[in-house]
Design a protein around this ligand. Structure first.
Ligand code: PAF
Length: 283
């Protein structure tokens, strides 16, 4: 496994690919099995893999969250090496935001300001700018993102459609602990007791997704249930993809239909003892 800090070193990668495709997995480090499942999904397709590790200040609207974000570079590199990753890109801030690269304009429609966009103003602007630069530097043919960050996946799909139509996007299913808790770099900040409580979130999402016509009642019930164990709910909604329009309570109009790609999702964000958690259940 080779580790590069400079974008210009990435140019050599393409001549070492042979007949294989280059699959890219962008990360902010603090890697766990969820990240490795993205690598494995790319390797299963026979691709060479490159992972980036860069904690992007532009996407943190809360400076404390940025400060507390776990940084575990040596352990991350070991995990990636053991997983057989071919290249790792670990740029610094000057490499990622040189004066020579102007911001990209991407029309995110309503995705920019609802749910994560509303609770984390400027977040998706930051995500789009860093991923735009990473895609330009790495020039991958396929990219792999975790479905746990569902709204981020939808945003990246817009970036790809509007700026990088040649890139193939893969949304990879969320990896969960045995308890059902979605794996996340932030979970290390939860105590054993909080981990048990946080596991209740996925149970709520799964239950709401099965309720069809009664999903609004189920949302109320589960919001109260989660609040009662100390989880501060920011949002808990049933939406249709890809624009995250909230489904109407009185008529469940948007039946999921996998044959035409139509999907719904129950989405959640909240916090527990100061740790922000998100999760979703796509159906
Ligand atoms: O999902 C993440 O880890 C980050 O948002 C990403 C895509 C690496 C951009 O900084």
């Amino acid at each position: 496994m080779k580790v590069f800090e400079r974008a210009e070193d990435l140019l050599h990668i393409h001549s070492d690919l042979g007949s294989q495709q280059l699959a890219f997995i962008p990360t902010m480090g603090a890697l766990h099995q969820g990240h490795l499942s993205l690598v494995r999904a790319a390797q299963a397709k026979g691709h060479k893999t490159i992972v980036s590790i860069f904690v992007n200040p532009l996407q943190f609207n809360n400076s404390e969250d940025l400060l507390k974000y776990p940084r575990t570079l040596q352990a991350d590199l070991k995990l990636l090496d053991d997983q057989g990753v071919d290249w790792v890109f670990t740029p610094n801030i000057d490499e990622m935001y040189p004066a020579s690269i102007a911001d990209v304009e991407v029309d995110l429609g309503l995705l920019e300001d609802r749910f994560e966009g509303a609770f984390r103003p400027g977040h998706f602007h930051g995500v789009v700018q860093v991923v735009y630069r990473l895609f330009k530097y790495v020039n991958p043919s396929e990219v792999f993102f975790g479905q746990k960050d569902l709204q981020q996946c939808l945003v990246i799909e817009q970036l790809i459609e509007q700026v990088f139509p040649h890139i193939k996007m893969h949304r990879v299913q969320t990896m969960r602990e045995d308890s059902g808790l979605a794996m996340s770099s932030r979970n290390v900040r939860l105590s054993p007791e909080s981990l048990l409580k946080a596991a209740e979130i996925s149970k709520s999402l799964k239950d709401i997704a099965t309720r069809k016509e009664e999903f609004c009642e189920a949302i109320d019930l589960h919001s109260q249930r989660l609040a009662a164990i100390g989880i501060e709910v920011e949002y808990l909604n049933c939406v249709s993809l890809p624009w995250m329009d909230a489904l109407e309570c009185d008529h469940f109009t948007k039946e999921p239909n996998p044959s035409n790609g139509h999907q719904n999702a129950v989405i959640f964000a909240g916090s527990l003892n100061g740790v922000r958690l998100i999760d979703n259940w796509v159906f």
